[in-house]
Design a binder for this molecule. Sequence first.
Ligand code: CAA
Length: 379
Amino acid sequence: MHFELTEEQQMLQKMVREFGEKEVAPGAAARDENEEFARGLYDAMGDLGLTGLCFPEQYGGADGDYLSYIVAVEELSRFDDSVGITLATSVSLCQWPILAYGTEAQKQKYLIPLVAGKTLGAFGLTEPNAGTDAAAQQTVAVDNGDHYLLNGSKIFITNGGEAETYVIFAMTDRAKGVKGITAFLLEKGMPGFTFGKKEHKLGIRGSITMELIFQDVKVPQANRLGQEGEGFKIAMSTLDGGRIGVAAQALGIAQAAFDHAVKYAKERTQFGKPIAANQAVAFMLADMATKVEAARYLVYRAAFLKDQGRPFAKEAAMAKMYASDVAMAVTTDAVQIFGGYGYSREYPVERLLRNAKITQIYEGTNQVQRIVIASALLR
Ligand code: CAA
């Protein structure tokens, strides 16, 4: 059993950390304040090869493993997890299903520019009445010969509006229920495909979240992803990998909150000594560090299993559930250690606390993760 990243993975970790310190950290507070999506940072990640880490060379990728990509998301998320989740959404929820289920023509047209970071990807499953109940899709695609006619809408879509490529799910045969859902590839700018409300969120305000609207969008047959009726399987298997990405985001947030708390506890003096000299604070730090380490092993192990081609849905759900709960607990404790300053926007821990909350909610609430874990255990 090896508990170390490989030399290559450590080099990548160092490279992303330096990029995070130099390029991502400086504007993080302002992007949060102004709800500003930093396309330039995404472009820079493309130039660094982060969008292609775990994709085959034939599509312009580095032929690396999923764990390397997960380490990159974790490192980015230490500095600004809005940047981490922008990458993770494009890679896990758009690039991956095209690689896994796309035709060669779809890979040439959509995957290659995504892998190069020239385009950004998004994933549209959620609707007002199809959240946890993802099978209750109201968006409809009707087969019209050479194209499908798509009508409906999606909400809470990460990267929505900014992305050029969208993996979208729609009902093609309502009578078949879960087996009547089909996946499609849509392009920004297709006639009838527009953007609605932009969400104003509690956290991850540097990540863009939009409503997608489809009014008689003609989607060519060539843009159907996978077979008719295969959409639910595509969505669920895509989310399995995506959940490791959210877990890495949560891990990065938790690590950042812990690092800030340690530094502050050593610097902040009350009653003539650093507050870290009080056991009440030191024991909090001990608990926080233990939780972060435990989360890291679950997250890395889920990625390792995926890389081995072994079943990992349960482990991905465990990693996502645990790491996001840890992110919530550790950021809350970090704010507590900072006291009044922690509640102020002058310090980053209040942003980390707000951002941590989403990791318990998206790509399946933690209640959904428990369903996935329990059904795997009881199968
Ligand atoms: N991989 C492949 N196939 C799968 C699968 C998986 N992980 N999970 C289920 N399936 C297949 C099953 O095999 C089954 O097919 P068969 O009948 O042929 O065996 C079919 O799908 C239905 O399976 P279930 O009956 O188990 O599915 P369910 O309806 O009970 O699933 C649920 C329930 C787990 C709650 C599921 O609906 C779910 O995960 N919901 C949450 C959806 C979600 O995560 N949404 C997040 C939106 S995306 C987002 O947040 C992105 C963003 O912007 C960042």
